[in-house]
Design a binder for this molecule. Structure first.
Ligand SMILES: Nc1nc2c(c(=O)[nH]1)N[C@H]1C(S)=C(S)[C@@H](COP(=O)(O)O)O[C@H]1N2
Ligand SMILES: [Mo]
Length: 550
């Protein structure tokens, strides 16, 4: 694995590292229910959990291969070949694969074979002859092209008193000789390779193999970090917006301890994507190809993009995997180029109904064209909360479309926009059973008090967040136990594309209580009580919190 990482580092291709390629392949093959479970259980730590799991899998595979190799070297070598093949297949099936990506896993598997052979010098490439078959067919004991010399073979099986020269330099340190000739029965002559090899030599060879693995693995990782763009990002200067964001009204943030901030900081913004390692895209090399059903396809550089008039908007982004009460939503101030005029200038052909966007790591998202062209602030964003986009959030450019779930709109590290038809092209998640058209569902959440809070009877402030981007929140109602629904006070908002805070006063009586919330959007539709899962187009249901009042 270490040597393979070094090869990947030398190539400078992250996706050719067997560890990362297999991890990425695993993400792609993960069934939707398991993905939803992982996001629900681990949130943005899902990738760390995956890497730990992969590490455990590798340890188990290595133990298996080692045990096989001790029995018969050939089995161990076959195990390593299979292991390497998994890496090769994973690397070659990445969307950004090139034939050269087969090299790290291949080199790694060969290094593994060398290590296994070194560590099991007594093991045979081919099965030992049984005492009966030995006399009948002595030729089978001689490995043709194997690693054991004829002398070694004879030393193990025939030569009384002749031990192969592998017991280490000082016989005194060699452990009990397995073969005292003459008295030994046939069965006892069968050597135990590790013991025969000499403990000291095993330790030294093992330490050597480990050293090579660690040094090459660490150097591979260091080499792969050459592509890191954080310093390039720090030097990016973004122009001022030609059209700044409407002012956020003073009361948008309700003043309740423990309340969610109206504006989510970049550090706290949720992260959901399929990228096991963050794509490092240098804006100096970045281009955005806009093509497909267009009269004039274009290709823009980052400077071309920054020369367009930029607009700044507060927009709430949310994930289709967000569960009732979940935190996979955030509100940021985005700076970017409006997408609609770019597309119009390129001359959209009749019949097109989809934008298929692609990221630098080969991820695809499909966005309904009508949502981008209907006048909302669909953006090619370059800035987030006054900074260049963080690498985790799509540096140097991403899409943001108010009112659509992230998986059908918010392509990070975007490099390609193809204007096409839903009938012709499918994107990553829609191929996996998620809806093609996924306007966000109306959500409301109780942020304070927290679940299972212990409160003192008397006046208590209940507060939370509600969102229905691009429709806007018209009302929030809350309920204690099965009492009447009461209207909450709504905080002011800068527009219909952000979430909205709400607050209510509760005169709490002692006991255990369930608080519930539901919102109505500006089309007059109230959130349904019915709980449905995130697949295929977003969860539904009322959020509730149980608290104890004493
Ligand atoms: N390149 C790329 N862009 C992507 C994704 C992805 O996996 N790859 N995930 C999408 C999903 S599902 C969501 S919810 C948003 C999340 O954006 P964030 O991580 O900046 O919060 O990004 C979207 N853009
Ligand atoms: Mo998402």
């Amino acid at each position: 694995m270490g040597v393979a990482e070094l090869a990947a580092g030398a190539l400078g291709r992250v996706s050719s590292s067997p560890l990362l390629a297999v991890g990425a392949g695993f993400i792609d093959l993960t069934p939707v229910w398991l993905k939803d479970f992982a996001i629900r259980r681990f949130g943005s730590d899902d990738k760390t959990v995956l890497l730990i799991g992969l590490g455990a899998g590798i340890v188990v595979a290595a133990l298996g291969i080692g045990v096989l190799g001790r029995r018969r070297l050939a089995w161990g070598l076959i195990g390593l070949a299979v292991f390497g093949t998994v890496g090769v297949v994973a690397a070659l099936t990445r969307p950004v694969a090139e034939p050269v990506d087969a090299v790290p896993s291949t080199v790694g598997a060969l290094a593994g074979m060398a290590a296994l052979t070194l560590l099991t010098p007594g093991a045979r490439l081919f099965p030992k002859p049984t005492p009966e078959s030995r006399d009948a067919a002595p030729a089978t004991a001689t490995p043709a092209g194997g690693n054991a010399t004829e002398a070694e073979v004879r030393g193990w099986t025939d030569g009384p008193g002749r031990r192969p020269d592998t017991t280490g330099p000082e016989p005194a340190t060699a452990p009990e000789p397995a073969m005292e000739p003459e008295q030994d029965s046939e069965a006892e002559r069968v050597p135990t390779p590790g013991v025969e090899m000499g403990r000291r030599r095993v330790l030294l060879t093992g330490a050597g193999v480990l050293g090579v693995a660690v040094v090459s693995g660490v150097s591979g990782r260091v080499l792969l970090r050459r592509g890191d763009v954080s310093s390039v990002r720090a030097d990016v200067r973004l122009p001022r917006p030609a059209d700044p964001a409407p002012a956020v009204p003073a009361g948008a943030q309700v003043r309740v301890p423990g309340m969610t901030p109206f504006r989510t900081s970049n550090a706290d913004f949720y992260r959901v994507d399929t990228a096991l390692v963050l794509p490092q895209v240098d804006p100096r090399d970045w281009t955005l190809r806009i093509h497909g059903m267009l009269a004039h396809p274009v290709e823009l550089t980052f400077d071309d993009l920054l020369r367009q008039p930029l607009i700044e908007r507060d927009i709430t982004l949310s994930c289709v995997s967000n569960q009732v009460g979940g935190v996979l939503a955030g509100n940021a101030r985005w700076l970017g180029v409006p997408l609609a005029p770019l597309l119009r200038r390129a001359g959209v052909r009749p019949g097109a109904d989809q934008i298929l966007s692609r990221s630098s790591d080969g991820m695809t998202l499909s966005t309904p064209l009508e949502s981008v062209l209907d006048g909302r602030d669909a953006l090619l964003a370059v800035g987030m909360n006054g900074e260049p986009l963080p690498v985790a959030h799509g540096f140097p450019a991403r899409m943001v479309v108010p009112g659509l779930y992230g998986y059908v709109s918010a392509t990070k590290w975007v490099v390609d926009l193809k204007v096409t038809r839903f009938a012709a092209d499918q994107a990553y998640w829609t191929r996996r059973g998620y809806a093609e058209r996924a306007p966000v569902k109306t959500f409301s959440r109780i942020d304070v008090p927290k679940p299972f809070a212990r409160l003192t009877a008397g006046p208590i402030t209940v507060a939370g967040t509600a969102w229905a981007q691009h429709r806007g929140i018209d009302a929030v109602e809350w309920q204690v136990d099965d009492g009447p629904w009461r209207p909450a006070r709504l905080a002011p908002v800068p527009g219909i594309d952000t979430w909205r805070q709400w607050v209510a006063e509760w005169d709490a009586l002692p006991g255990s209580h369930t608080l519930r919330v539901r919102a109505t959007d500006k089309t007059g539709t109230t959130q349904p009580e019915h709980r449905s899962p995130p697949v295929p187009d977003g969860a539904t249901g009322w959020h509730s919190v149980v608290v104890t009042v004493t």
